[in-house]
Design a protein around this ligand. Structure first.
Ligand SMILES: [Zn+2]
Length: 389
């Protein structure tokens, strides 16, 4: 197996110049969620193993010839974000979208890994998964899982790797168990009685009630969920009123509830409803609450994670076995329900001074392509060594 690592990574090195050109081409002409047709076509052509099967409307599942036994799917995301690019590189985006989440790097790495695999020959079949709509809801990963294409292809394990500026260059995180949070988005509207701002005794002020609600929601994480596992309840948007001297009839808040443990979800949603309706009542208002489930917890398969750790060390990476965040990724849908999943995080720089994911200046160096590629190989070899239970 050491021999396979050596031959495969050497072949990846040889694929690198073309992969970096592809990265620049994808970056220069990004497509938003649901509109990834051109990117999918470009990447599939570069991969050179045919068009495969169309998945989730604009995605592709491309089986590579060769190998035997349960299939290992390697996944990369196709979509960019509605961000105006501010990097100033010659290959910057020419439209209103930007690859500000590193998906251009992931796609180029996947192509290098697959082309190299075709050249060296690998023992287990690979399914290259070009996944659309990672950045939006309903997510592409859920469509792919629900379509049954993974089960049909005989996929046992799905491997993904994501660039991560919060980890130092040369570090890859391979963490067993939950690494990204589940997400539910919520929308609250409080209805009161509006009127003249100078006569508060005649009103039921929804702005004041909503202000208290935003504060009170913080007790959900601090007092209702075991802090060892944690929860985050953040309001990202509030809306209400049109003038300084008029209290409106209603006001709304939009936020997300994030959890690291699936079994906390019922209690957290009950608590959310209790705080919303209780606060509204205390201010003489009524409340409407709407919940939209987004992603489940991203739960890495422990055997895949520990297997990948060994290969990453072998490949000269510093391995992080602790990195978790309350970010969310639709990769979570591949972890369970018939397939095992492993998401690796590839370090880009020290924590200070590197723009974060989704920042208009976010620009991983080209070297990240080879690091993501090696991480995918480590995941593949881990799946080979740790057969499905
Ligand atoms: Zn991303």
């Amino acid at each position: 197996m050491n021999d396979l690592w050596g031959r495969w990574t050497k072949a990846i090195d040889e694929e690198l110049p073309a992969a970096i050109d592809l990265r620049h081409a994808v970056h220069a002409d990004p497509r938003g969620s649901g509109d990834e047709e051109d990117t999918a076509r470009l990447v599939a052509r570069a991969l050179g193993a045919g068009d495969g099967t169309r998945v989730a409307k604009t995605g592709r599942a491309i089986p590579l010839p060769g190998g035997d036994g349960p299939v290992v799917a390697l996944r990369a995301e196709l979509d960019a974000l509605p961000v105006l690019e501010g990097t100033g590189v010659p290959w910057a985006s020419g439209n209103e979208f930007m690859h500000a989440c590193g998906h251009d790097v992931h796609l180029a790495a996947l192509v290098a890994v697959c082309r190299a695999a075709l050249r060296v020959g690998v023992p287990r079949p690979i399914l290259a998964l070009l996944q659309p709509r990672e950045e939006t809801s309903p997510p592409g990963a859920l469509d792919i899982v629900e379509s049954g294409v993974l089960a049909e292809a005989g996929v046992d394990a799905v491997i993904g790797a994501h660039v991560q500026p919060r980890l130092a260059h040369g570090v890859v995180a391979a963490v067993p168990g939950p690494v990204n949070a589940s997400t539910d988005e919520f929308e609250v509207t409080l209805h009161g009685q509006g009127g003249h701002a100078g006569y508060p005794q005649l009103l039921r002020d929804p702005i004041l009630a909503l202000s208290q609600l935003v504060v009170s929601l913080q007790q959900l994480a601090s007092r209702r969920i075991d802090p060892v596992f944690g929860a985050v309840c953040s309001v990202g948007r509030i809306q209400g009123g049109a003038a300084a001297n008029v209290v409106p009839n209603s006001a709304s808040a939009f936020g997300s509830l994030r959890l690291m443990r699936a079994k906390d979800r019922e209690r957290a949603l009950e608590t959310l409803a209790e705080i919303v309706h209780g606060t509204a009542r205390a201010y003489g208002c009524t409340a409407e609450l709407e919940i939209s489930p987004c992603e489940p917890v991203l739960d890495n398969d422990p055997a895949l994670a520990t297997g990948a750790q060994r290969w990453l060390s072998h490949g000269g990476f510093v391995v992080d076995d602790q990195f978790r965040s309350f970010g969310a990724d639709d990769f979570a849908h591949y972890c369970g329900g018939g397939t095992r999943g492993l998401m690796l995080f590839v370090g880009l720089g020290d924590t200070a001074g590197v723009p974060s994911l989704h920042d208009e200046r976010f620009l991983p160096r080209d070297q990240a392509v080879v690091q993501v590629a090696h991480a995918l190989v480590a995941g593949y070899l881990a799946a080979l060594e740790a057969p499905a239970p």
